[in-house]
Ligand binder design. Sequence first.
Ligand SMILES: [Cu+2]
Length: 94
Amino acid sequence: MNKLLLTPLLLAFSMAAHAAEMTSGEVRKIDAGAKKITIKHGEIKNLDMPPMTMVFQVKDAALLNKAKAGDKVQFSVERTAEGAFVVTDIQPGK
Ligand SMILES: [Cu+2]
């Protein structure tokens, strides 16, 4: 494969891998009315954040149906342009 084709392919792959990065955590509290979830989380590599317990907004309220307080989860989080932390995906953890 020639270089002109390979470079955009590699770039697309690395961006997808970045977006899918999951962080381990344990749900402490869910506030469905406010679309917020409190998670005791491990290191969030894509945000360069150390482990802590904090409140996140959720992108979609339906995500809150995928977990309850006490559950171990894997989740994705992004920082918005306004500086808010928004959970974009939640999966059952191990
Ligand atoms: Cu944090």
